[in-house]
Write a protein that binds this ligand. Structure first.
Ligand code: ADP
Ligand code: MG
Length: 693
């Protein structure tokens, strides 16, 4: 019997209960975990030569018989094993483990030793080398010498219990011998995805033979990962393909009326988006569309028009936003446009009084409420629609893939529009939104000026405050944002609250300051936002609760404290809170301490100053930090790939999507691919998801 992939590691040779427990330290509990445990580096010990010919200072392998051993006492007792071949002698030195070593080797044993060659007191030495006894039968199964060897990370506890990288190497080497890795890909895909079988790829990942092996192996595993992801994503479509969506009239009355009341003309991009979405809505095949547009491009208007179309078609529409503040704003904006048309617009968040809440729920169930805007509270089971025709998800990147599907699963057969300002690189878009069609708002409303951006040392803060005062006396308004401080709990709230008092009584005294953070009661949040919006506050001191979506066209200054702690995507979002009107706007990033900045942080701040283009920023972010971190914990909701690297693997993203589509065409439920289906079902489509603030 071969050990099973999902069996505990203790089913493997060389792994007992003790080691099984230790392996948990590095996240290994099953055989598959072990096989996919990545080396963090490799050491090339392929260089093997007679002792005298080995280069000093390099990792090498020597093969020679033992001539003798001795224990040298003194300040640092050491065990010395002397090897000798025709060309010279080599001393292998250990400063610990003498008792074991003394019994381990005998004169005449043929050993392969691997490590860094040094010279000490005129003698060639290796300190704490890896040693393998070579007998005739064992030649050819060397694990630690004479090849490129993997190095694994281990914890202090593992080391103390003598399960080192070397021990792991042996265990994994043995597992690669004993475990048969079944090929999960159907034949034709396997043949196309590169010549490597899964088994070969995994072996090469640990024990590469040639240059390029590790990368080839990574790509094979990345392909699998992306393929499973695509298949899982596409399987979500099942729900909706079965049920037709309500068909909307081509040019709805309400939509037209609303557009006629606007004080501005829609941009060309907004018109194109409205046409595309309008066409989708006239079909019974449910729309699945992503509306992507940089901060301030006017996505809300497009969404509102689409929502009115739903009502034109006799259905309801819902919009989900990631924060209470944003839900409130949208409810108000949409309400202002829809109420004159006689429509009922409701707001649903998690923190409403029970009475209000049940009234809204009833209105939705009976169809009295036409449009609803809410947080993820909309996903609760108690929320039932009379007839949901369109679901809109704003700032989609703040939700998970599953949450976007969840809104639909409530009804089935509803149209879906998801919106995001976070411009994401092509590869990521194809990966995450592989199941969506894309409309891009590639035009800002006329008259917008680029936001002047600069970063300053904390020492220049006073100057920044003076500038901020000038802006306020010229009629502007300002945000001052404080970052979330990890492992300090509500550190951001405290920082913002402390700064609020300090500024009010100090540097910004005389100005009207407001304080906003996630711990305020909803009514307080609403009141502060309303005051800032209508101009009765000059400065809003805030945590990152205003990061996405907030729209106050009169705000002209965005000052970000500890800007070095933010990711590029976040900084771009924050900057997007200003420059939403005709007035010139400014973004001041305060780096603290400016002289202790990491190269990455400096690069991010420079990038912000250099460009205002969201797409450029996204590409830069992907390059600087890699996809795993772009969205970090603050912008969670994204899957984390282990092998796939979206900055490099656009070709794999493309090919995996194509294979996924073809495979599902042939075998929609993967009935004929049992093993594959099981894997796909276990795919985790999202990382962590953020809570509504
Ligand atoms: P985002 O795409 O970031 O969600 P919003 O929908 O919040 O952008 O719009 C940003 C601001 O631009 C809002 O104040 C909105 O009223 C305004 N706006 C939207 N479309 C236009 C337009 N065509 N002309 C002028 N202003 C517009
Ligand atoms: Mg928006």
């Amino acid at each position: 019997m071969f050990p099973e992939l999902d069996a505990p590691v203790s089913t493997l040779r060389g792994v007992g209960a003790k080691r099984e427990e230790l392996l948990c330290d590095v996240g290994i509990s099953t055989v598959a975990d072990l096989l996919l445990f990545l080396p963090y580096r490799y050491v090339d010990r392929t260089r093997q030569a007679p002792i005298a010919a080995l280069p000093e200072g390099e990792e090498v392998t020597a093969v020679a018989p033992v001539r003798g051993a001795n224990v040298a006492t003194g300040r640092r007792p050491r065990f010395v094993l002397v090897l000798e071949d025709e060309s010279g002698t080599l001393e292998c030195v250990w400063f610990s483990g003498h008792r074991y070593l003394r019994r381990a080797f005998s004169t005449g044993d043929l050993l392969a030793v691997g490590g860094r060659l040094t010279r000490y007191g005129g003698k060639r030495q290796m300190v704490h080398p890896d040693v393998e006894v070579i007998s005739d039968s064992e030649e050819g199964t060397r694990v630690h010498t004479g090849r490129v060897i993997p190095v694994y990370s281990t914890t202090a506890r593992m080391k103390a219990e003598r399960l080192t990288s070397r021990g792991l190497r042996r265990i994994i080497h043995q597992a690669l011998e004993d475990v048969r890795l079944p090929e999960p890909l159907p034949d034709p895909i396997g043949a196309r995805s590169g010549a490597l079988s899964l088994g070969e790829a995994v072996r090469m990942l640990h024990f590469p033979v040639q240059r390029g092996d590790v990368e080839a192996a990574r790509r094979r595993l990345a392909f699998d990962e992306l393929l499973y992801f695509q298949l899982r994503l596409r399987s979500l479509q099942d729900v909706r393909n079965n049920k037709p969506a309500p068909v909307m009239p081509p040019r709805g009355l309400l939509t037209g009326k609303m557009l006629a009341t606007l004080s501005f003309e829609p941009t060309g991009a907004q018109r194109r988006a409205l046409t595309e979405i309008g066409e989708d809505l006239t079909r019974a095949r449910p729309m699945r569309r992503l509306l992507q547009g940089d901060v301030g491009s006017g996505k809300t208007l497009v969404a509102t028009a689409a929502m009115l179309s739903a009502v034109d078609g006799g259905a309801q529409a819902a919009m989900m936003a990631p924060t209470e503040i944003l839900a409130e704003q949208h409810a108000r904006t949409i309400g202002a446009l829809a109420a004159p048309l006689g429509l009922v617009v409701a707001r649903l968040t998690g923190r409403q009084p029970q009475r209000e809440r049940s009234e809204i729920l009833q209105g939705l169930a009976w169809g009295r409420v036409h449009l609803v805007v809410g947080t993820h509270a909309l996903l609760q089971e108690s929320v039932v629609f009379s007839r949901l025709g369109l679901a809109v998800v704003d700032e989609q990147h703040r939700f998970g893939v599953l949450q976007r599907a969840a809104l639909l699963e409530k009804e089935g057969g509803a149209h879906l529009l998801v919106m995001t300002a976070t411009p994401i690189p092509r590869s990521l878009a194809l990966t995450l939104y592989g199941d969506l069609e894309v409309t891009v708002l590639d035009e800002l409303p006329p008259g917008r000026q680029p936001v002047k951006t600069g970063w300053r040392a904390a020492a220049d803060r006073e100057k920044a405050y003076r500038f901020l005062r000038e802006q306020v006396s010229a009629g502007g308004r300002a945000y001052i944002v404080f970052p979330a401080i990890e492992d300090a709990g509500a550190g951001d709230v405290r920082a913002a609250a402390a700064a609020f008092e300090e500024l009010r009584d100090g540097a910004l005294s005389g100005l009207r300051l407001g304080l906003l953070h996630g711990r305020l009661a909803p009514a307080e949040k609403d009141a502060v936002m309303a005051a800032f919006r209508n101009g009765s506050l000059d400065v809003l001191v805030s945590t990152t609760v205003i990061e996405v979506g907030v729209d106050v066209p009169g705000a002209t200054v965005m000052m970000v404290e500890n800007a070095e702690r933010f990711g590029l995507a976040q900084l771009h979002q924050l900057r997007g809170r200003v420059g939403r009107g005709a007035a010139g706007s400014y973004c001041i990033l305060i780096a603290d301490p400016a002289d202790g900045l990491s190269p990455d942080a400096r690069e991010r701040l420079d990038a912000m100053a250099a460009t205002g283009d969201g797409f450029e920023i996204a590409e830069m972010d992907l390059r600087i930090r890699g996809p795993g971190q772009i969205f970090g914990t603050r912008q969670a909701g994204y899957p984390e790939f282990r092998f796939a690297d979206l900055a490099r693997d656009l070709d794999l993203v493309r090919s995996s999507r194509k294979e996924a589509a073809e495979l599902l065409d042939r075998d929609p439920n993967l009935d004929r691919h049992d093993a594959l289906r099981k894997r796909v079902e276990s795919v985790n489509l999202e990382g962590k998801t953020t809570r509504a603030g």
